[in-house]
Every structure is written in structure tokens, then in C-alpha cells.
Ligand binder design. Sequence first.
Ligand code: ADP
Ligand code: MG
Length: 924
Amino acid sequence: MSDILQYALLGLGAAAGYTLLGSGVILISRGSGVINFAQGALALVAALFYHSLTNVMRFPVYIGIALAVLVTAVLGMVVYFVIMRPLADSSPTARTIATLGLLILLPGLAVLIWGIGPFSLQPFLPRGTVEIFGAAISWDRLILIAIATLVVGVLWVGARYTATGLAFRAIAENSRATSTLGWSPIKLGALTWTLGSALAGLAGVLIAPITTVSADGMPMMIIPVLAAVLLAGFKSFPLLLLASVATGVGQSLIFNFVPITGVAQSLPFILILLVLIARGRERLSRSLVIERLPMVGSGRVRWIPLTIVVLLVSAGILFWFNDQFQAAATGTFGWSLIVLSVVVLIGYTGQLSLAQATLAAITGMIAAKLVSEQAFPLLPAIIVALITTVLIGLVFALPAVRTRGMNLAIVTLGIASITSDLVFKNGFFTGPYGSIFVPKVSLFGFDISPIRNSTGYALFAFIIFLLGCLAVAAVRRGTSGGRLLAVRTNERAAAALGVNVVGAKFYSFGLAAAVAGLGGVILAFQNSAFTPADFDPMQSITVIAYAFVGGVGFVLGAPAGGQLAPGSFGAWLLDVIWPDASGVWLQVLSGVFVILFILLQPDGFARDWVKAADAIRERPRRRSPSASAVKSGTLESELGAAADPSEVGEVKVAPKRLEVQDLTVKFGAVVAVSGVSFSVEPGEVVALIGPNGAGKSTCIDAITGFVPSAGRVKLDGVDISKDWTHARARKGIGRSFQSLELFESLTVQDNLLIAADDGKSRRYFGDLVSMKRPELGPLAKAVIQEFGLADVLDKRVNDLAYGQRRLVAVARAMASEPSVLLLDEPAAGLGEQEKKEFEGVVRQIARWGIAVLLVEHDMGLVMGVSDRVVVMDTGKRLAVGTPAEVQASPEVIAAYLGGNDKNESASADAFTQETVVLGKGQSQ
Ligand code: ADP
Ligand code: MG
């Protein structure tokens, strides 16, 4: 019993470290909206600086501590002003990547300045012991946890009772609110970075004597720290203390009583996974701030340059390269594939997953074991390993379905670390030497072992690499790529268009696992021994950095970024240019590059290559008018066919009747929609009107399955009120959003193509080998013609004028060929002329046989276009009837229409306010 207590209390030291580091993470995350993955790296810098001051320069301990903390604080402030402040308007992902850059850079610099370590620092806290319930516990642990508790207390009181604290708590809710409190976000950002970094410094100095200080150890303390922070919900300092103590003590106990490698390290993440599973799925919430996302390539294969490159590289491998060069080529192909998996996950799908190198190593390990221990031939071994990895990748995707954004990054980093600790460092899996020996690799009877036949192996790696790239490009071009991009850009809109968001995420993780796995296989057989433990979580992080430097949205970004990996062409080149540079320089360069690229060119190298390639291609066209005429000619004839009135007449949707019975939606105590019933017939336009806050948008959200509701929604008599959003879309319910929710970073054409997707799962597999681009259906083509969008098809949505964006939103909803179309204030903010045109558009949509529910404020438009009107107020249905009947209804007049000038201008005011809010991107 006293044994248990003894070990439990021993864990208090780590708990104190986690608490101090974690409170810095919370401070920074609330003050500047970024999770600082470099918190442990800052602690390392502080510890080493302290080491120099006290051990080398013989400063007194307390001056050493004070200076080390001060230096870290200043470093944090510099980081804020040089990196974070300029990124204030970038996406949280971009800012997180910048801190990952620091996590790569700082330990690299530390090695250059102080050497590799490990360093042992003199303890300065008293080491005597006290006896507590029979357990002897040393004073230093008690003092450490007391300091941590004190810091937490100060932060808690500060956040609660000071003006700064109020601003600090407000900013997380709404940055504008803070400015009205007299606090600029800049001041708060600078303050939290300085303070947060000072806390990292304090943690580093305090725990340095009780742990080993090394460049690859201390920075990775961020992993359990983030687990504790996540458990504390990113907010509460006292909860953080609790979570840290639970983690530290639990780890100490497990470490001493469970003799299995890695279990202790895995504890925090096992807790997190349990919490996530218990919490259930996150709903698709209404307000999504529009963020700037990395640009994505088109997935088009430029055959001529590709052929030239393939011929050159093959010739190099076959005739010119020496063994060293072959090895560099092989390394490049392997690492580039792992980077390519990041393109799929982050670039295409927006899932910040930090476990790709881990997945690569899993595949490599399985394949190597099958070949060396089970005497499998190479190809079957690879296939079995890939299938296994894809299944594991799908398990990794589970948290992605339950959580989003930064939480996902933390959880996947945790999984990477668990796998590294439990599997890669475990002799049970990797043998007594931690390596799997593969003396011979042969393919179809040819010996392609790299030591004997480096040419053969490099060629084999090149082919695998090419196949991986072509498959990913094909996915990008195809329907499945559209689904991934839709999920990345806007999950709500994706679901409304019938994209199964969960399915798309699983696909992305599965595909990325396979692609990374191919890279892992190449690297695993490259040397005669494969050591999975080399693929620690840090590798997964550096791979993300490579991807952002190369271009995370482009297939080309993979080989471009892969050049930073150790053992690649780039590394070889660095070695030639600068023979004295050690491997750590590559790390430092990666860190510097990723930060510079995020700041200056977040789309990476590849973007400019692609632009240059396209410019060369386009030049002759621009000069000769006939060529461009041919191009636009084909487009026009394509559309012209649909524009022909007789053809348009043939456009048919399955006519379906929408029936809403007794619909009720509650948000807590607010009843947003209360017992509303109405129906819309095919070909009919029903207007849904009512003052702001009446519950109109909520009605549409309920019909489309975005909010839970009571009552029935029937489509042609079939109850769909239990279906998921995407399933309702598949059955024929299309919608537009009040806040548009277009896929901003994609072209109009891509927006429409995503909508035109038939949702079949087999496309996920067909697309991998398909050369075709998906096509728009006849209805979509007719809509393009009717709405006059033919000229802007290739433009990105965020480059369009306001009115056109509104039209694209309706066109996108139409491209899915819905039977029922729900339009939420589609004409808001349009001029009089545009509104007139829009009236024609709505009538045309009804003529195609679609049942239209139109939410609209402009009474002129409503009366002109609708067959019937449903009036709502404070969640209830007030009246229903023809426009004339409704206009005559005394209740409606009293409640809403008014009819005199005063009321009309009031409602116009309300409406203008709404557009202003929308203009700020603060969607309703
Ligand atoms: P309308 O579209 O008619 O202007 P809404 O449907 O947007 O009105 O809102 C109806 C009511 O429901 C409002 O009082 C609004 O504040 C409330 N509401 C809407 N969405 C939510 C939500 N996610 N949580 C809480 N209340 C909400
Ligand atoms: Mg609304």
C-alpha cells in the first residue's frame, strides 16, 4: 500500500511539469487561437540556457532561473510578433503548422548551440524526504506541485477577477467583443504568448533536474501535456491541474507496476479516446468562420512534362546514377509518398492528422516481417501490409469523425506516440534489436535487394511512386476528390449536397494510409534492416512541414517537399554543397522553410510550378485567336445543346411532394419552430415569410436534418425525418443557405460538380484508376445557361461579385437535380434589376417540375413569384394561403406585413443589418 502511495507521489513531479506547460498552452490558445505545439521545445531552450548559465558560467541558481524564464518569455513575444501576429487572419491550421515549424526548428537550433545531450542538471530543490502515510516522498516533488498549484491559483484568480482576465475570457468567444472592452487582440496575443512562454521556461527549468534533458525528449513532453489540456477542455486551469495530476500519477503507477513497454506513456490518450467516445458526435454547427484554405491543384496530368521527367529519371536510374544517387532517389520516392498522403488528408480533406509517418512505418514493418519471417514473396507481402494499414488508418479516422480541427491533431499525435511506444519500441513486435532484417528482396524472381541491385530497387520504387501520384491525381479529378474538397471546405454544405461526410473522411484516411504505406514499404526494404522506432511522432510532424513547403494542395507538392527528408535528393544536394553540415541542419532548414512558407507562400513551391507550366501551355493559345475560339467553342456547344429550348423542355426531375407536419424545434428553452405544418407540390413555389428570428431558417435546417426536430417530414408520402442530412439530399431535397456556404476556394464548376455527384460509394474506387472528369447533368447545364454562369465556370467562387455568388449558391443546389428545393433568402442584397431576373429564375425552376420553398423578405418578389405563402412568427405558423389571401389577412397585417411605410422601412433595416453581418463572414 505504501508502495503504491510512494510511486503515486513520485508522479507529482511530472504532474507539475504538465500543469505549468499546459497552463501556457491554454493561455496561448485562448489569447491567440492557436495550440502551441512548441511549448515543450520552449521548455527545452529554457532548461539548456539555465544549464549554460549555472554550470558553465557559474551564475547563482536563482539568477539562472530568472534569466532563463526571462529569455523564454522574450522568445515567446518575438514569436508572437514575427510569426503569429502576421498570421492572425490565416486559418487555425496554418497557425498550428507554424508552431509545428517551431517544434522542428527550436530543438534543431538547440542541438547546434548546445549539442545533442542528454544533459543532467544539478538539482536545486531540497532532496530530503518526508514521510506521508508511510511513504517516503522527497521534498522536491512536493515543492514542484505546490508551485504548479500556486501558478494555477494565480491564473484562475487572474482570469476571473481582473479586467485583463475578463478580456481574456471574452476573446475566445468573440474577438470583436474584446475590442469593445478596450483590449486590442494584439495586446492580448502578445501578453499571452509572453506569459505562456515564460511558463514553459519555468517548467523547463524546474523539471530539468528530475528528467533527462535532451533535444528529442523534452519537446515531446507536449504530447501528454496536450492530452491533459484536452481533458481540461482548453479552458479551466483547475481542471488542468486535476488532469495533469491524474496523468502524472497514473503514469508513474503504471510505469512501476505494469511491466509492458509504452503502456504508461499511452495512458493520457487512452483517457482521451474514452472521453471522445463517451461524448459522441459533434453536430454541424451553424456558424463557420470562412478561412483561407491552401490552394488545391486540378489533378490534371500534364502528359508532356510528365513523360519528359519520367524518361529522364528512368534513364538516370538505368544508366547514370551511382549507388549513392540510387539511394537518394529511392529515399525521395519513399518520403514523397508519405508527404503525398498528407496532401490527401490535409490538402484535399482538411484533416490535420499527425500520424502519417507512423502509418508508413506500420506498413513497412508488416511487409518486412512477412518477407523475412514468413517467407512471403514481395508483392503479396506488400498487399497484405497495405490492407492491414488501411484498416488501421480507418481506426485512426474514428476520432476524426468525432472531433475536428485541432483536437484531431492532438489525438492523432497521441496515437502516433502510443504506436511508437507500444509497438515500435516493443521487442515483441520488432525483435531484440528493434530492427527487422531483410537480407533479400526479390520481385518476380529478380533480385532487387538494394545492396546488390540498387538500380532494380530504385526503378521499383520509382514505379510505385508514379502509381501513387497518378492515383491521387485521379482522385482529385474525380467525383471522390470533389467529396473530399467539399468536406474540407464546408461540412454543412457538403452534407446538404448529399455528401456522406463521415464516409468521405474514412475514405480520405484510408487512402492516405495506403499512400503513406507505399512510402513505408519503399523505405523499409531500402536497407537490409528496418527500424520502425525511427518513425517516431516527430517524423509525422516533419512530414507535415515538408508538405507545406512543397505545396499541400498539389500532387507535385509531394516530391517537392520530399526533398527536405533525410536520405532524399535534397539532403544529398545539401551534403554536396555543404559537406560539413550535419543532419541537424536539414531539420533546422525544414523548420525555417515551413515557417517562411506559411508566412509568405502558404500554397508552397508547387503552386508556382503549376502556374508556370500552365502559362507555357496557354501562351500559344492566347496568340492565335482560332485556338481560343475552338476552346470556348466546345464549351459553348456543350452548353448550347442544353440551352436549346426543346432540350431544356426535356430536363426532368422526379416530381416529389414535400409535406411538413407538426414540425417542432427546440434549442434549450427556446422554441424556434413550434408545430408548423405545410406542403409544397411539384412545380409549385411556396414562400415562407416572417420577421427575423421567426424560425424560417430553422425550419429549413429541420427539413434537411441539420437540427434535431419533432414532427414529420415526408417526401412523396415517405417519412424521411429519421434520415441523415446527406441521405435526405440523396432522396431529392436540395437547399441553399442564408449564408451561402459555397466552397469558396473552388471554382464554380467544381462547386456544381460536387453537387452533381450521385453519391455512389463505388466511385471512391473507380476514381483511383479513372482518366475521366465527372460531368454535369442536363439540368445543371440548363441552369448554367439560364443563370448566365457559363463565363465564370472556371473562376474561383471567392473571386466572384456578390450577385453572382448568390446565383451560384442556387445553381449549386440545382445541380444535384433536387425534387424539392429550399431557398433561404437567395435574393438578399440583390439590386432591383437583379431581383427581377431572379424572379424569372425561380419561375423557371418551378417549370422544371421542382417544388420550391422560398424564404424571402422582399414582399414584391414574394407576391410576384409565389403560388402560396406561409407566414411564420415566433416559431408558429400564422397563416397560409395565396399571396392575395395572406395580404388581406388581418393577423398577418397586424403581426408582420403592416403595409404602411413605417413598417416596411423597419423590416428593411433589419434586413440590411443581416447583410452587414453576413458581409463580415459571421454567418448566421
Ligand atoms: P429566421 O430564419 O426566421 O430569421 P431562425 O430560424 O434563424 O430565424 O431563428 C429562429 C430562432 O431560433 C431565433 O430566436 C434564433 O435565435 C434561434 N436559434 C437559431 N439557431 C439556434 C441555435 N443553434 N441555438 C440556439 N438558438 C438558435
Ligand atoms: Mg433566417
